[in-house]
Design a protein. Structure first.
Length: 477
């Protein structure tokens, strides 16, 4: 738990003042300062190649921490902090409306009731959608941005008024793959406990026999008790698997849990999850009574994450960070450009794959060069043949998925990556049928109902062809 003590300062927007929840939140106003704070480069020593192997290994582990902010990051920060501040401006803890809301939710919890789709007192809060292929960095970016916002703020008094509370500015949790609403509640309570040091998860685990509505009301009560500022709900595409589970988490339940009490939601999912909004029909339990739920759950900005073109600034910057000068062991025939082209082809321009492939390539080279009988074979950093051998040896589980990605079949990519990692989310026949139904539906560029602004997008160049479907040429590492 990381908590700060409240220090109250007024904002330039006067509508945000005279409220402890807003005045306790600091905002970053300078883009360059913000980007610098979240950028993580490796610190490879100039004497890397003369270090003992164990220290070469610890040096290389820095690559797993590398973070180059994606182009959307600054806009995403401004969107998130803006929504949190505005939502708090509508929920002053000393206002009559807020006090009535707390009372009403407490009554619902005692009675074991939960109202789906019916406002309990406040105007529906905004919903943001973040979508992208697995490995494009959407969840990492969301949580990196959220970590720049103090998650817990301890208050004791405000302008002479007694005000002892821990303000929870944001929470991030996953939907469950099995469609159990109590599992969703458990994920939420665990995330709250991680932030606040509370024991809600243990308390509600002991109340498993109580109704689903009671658990949902419990989530809502915790949200208002700790003045939750924003909820990030990840893995929204899991709802595709809930087709035969009428009590499963739905868009309507998410809206009722958070939006209806003034808490904005950030929803994140794969591109497959975006198709969810396009393919649900009126009466589907996953949206509720009508399509107005879908409209409200897409009522603000949408951000789209894609893989990165070989000539994009982001790909070049991340590649240069993963192959810094201190790690380069040049040899005969070294060609950085040819190597970089093959590296992009193998990694598909996906940041998660790029980082792992670079680390394993460097580790393998270190292992090879530590063996006297191999040193004469002229292995070097920009050895394309070695890179391909490392890929074949270390990416056998994920290669079938990447083959589909290179063919441009994103649907098959997502399905294969789940199957190959033994983390299948769609385990029943109905869910598989649902996937087939949406497989040929291209996700649309979503625009806000109230705003013409389209999705922010990273440049993307379709990749065609496939390769490396067989494995051989084993290499150490």
């Amino acid at each position: 738990m990381f908590m700060i003590e409240a220090e109250y300062r007024q904002h330039l927007d006067e509508n945000l003042n005279n409220n402890p929840l807003t005045e306790a939140l600091r905002v970053e106003l300078q883009k360059n300062d913000f980007i610098r704070k979240i950028t993580i480069n490796s610190n490879i020593q100039s004497n890397f190649w003369s270090l003992p192997m164990i220290y070469q290994t610890t040096q290389l582990r820095q690559l797993t921490d590398v973070h180059i902010p994606l182009p959307q990051t600054w806009n995403m920060y401004n969107k998130f902090i803006g929504l949190i501040l505005y939502s708090y401006s509508q929920r002053n803890p000393f206002s009559r409306d807020t006090m009535l809301l707390r009372t009403e939710i407490a009554d619902r919890l005692r009675n074991g009731t939960f109202e789906r789709g019916i406002p309990v007192g406040l105007t529906t809060a905004p919903s943001v959608l973040v979508s992208g292929d697995s490995g494009t960095g959407k969840t990492t970016t969301i949580r990196t941005v959220l970590r720049q916002i103090p998650q817990v703020i301890q208050h004791t008094s405000y302008k002479g008024k007694h005000f002892v509370t821990k303000q929870l500015t944001w929470i991030s949790f996953d939907l469950p793959p099995n469609g159990a609403p109590k599992a969703m509640a458990a994920n939420f309570f665990r995330a709250v406990d991680m932030a606040l040091g509370t024991s809600y998860a243990t308390e509600w685990d002991a109340r498993q026999k109580e109704s689903v509505d009671k658990h949902l009301s419990g989530m809502q009560q915790v949200a208002v008790e700790h003045n939750l500022g924003m909820a990030h709900v990840d893995e929204l595409q899991f709802m595709l698997a809930y087709i035969k589970s009428p009590n499963s988490p739905s868009l309507q339940i998410l809206e009722s849990l958070f939006n209806k009490i003034g808490v904005p939601i950030v929803q994140s999912c794969t591109a497959e999850g975006v198709a969810l909004f396009d393919t649900l029909v009126i009466g589907d339990h996953r949206i509720g009574a009508d399509m107005t739920t879908v409209r409200r759950m897409l009522n603000d900005r949408a951000f789209k994450f894609l893989n990165h073109d070989i000539e994009s600034d982001y790909f070049i910057q991340l590649f240069d960070t993963l192959f810094p000068e201190g790690l380069i062991n040049a040899g005969r025939g070294s060609d950085r450009v040819t190597f970089r082209n093959k590296f992009h082809e193998l990694s598909c321009g996906l940041p998660a794959i790029m980082i792992r492939l670079a680390l394993l390539h460097h580790e393998t080279l270190v292992n090879l060069l530590s063996k006297p009988e191999i040193q004469s074979k002229n292995y070097h950093t920009y050895d394309v043949a070695l890179l391909v051998r490392v890929y074949k040896n270390q990416f056998s589980l994920i290669d079938p998925a990447l083959v589909q990605y290179r063919r441009g079949n994103k649907q098959a990519y997502e399905s294969t990556i789940r199957a190959e990692t033994n983390n299948t989310k769609y385990s029943n026949g109905e869910a598989k049928d649902q996937r087939r139904e949406v497989a040929d539906i291209a996700p649309k560029v979503i625009k806000s109902i109230d705003s013409p602004n389209p999705m922010l997008s990273v440049s993307d160049r379709p990749m065609v062809g496939d390769f490396l479907q067989g494995f051989g040429d084993d290499v150490d590492g």
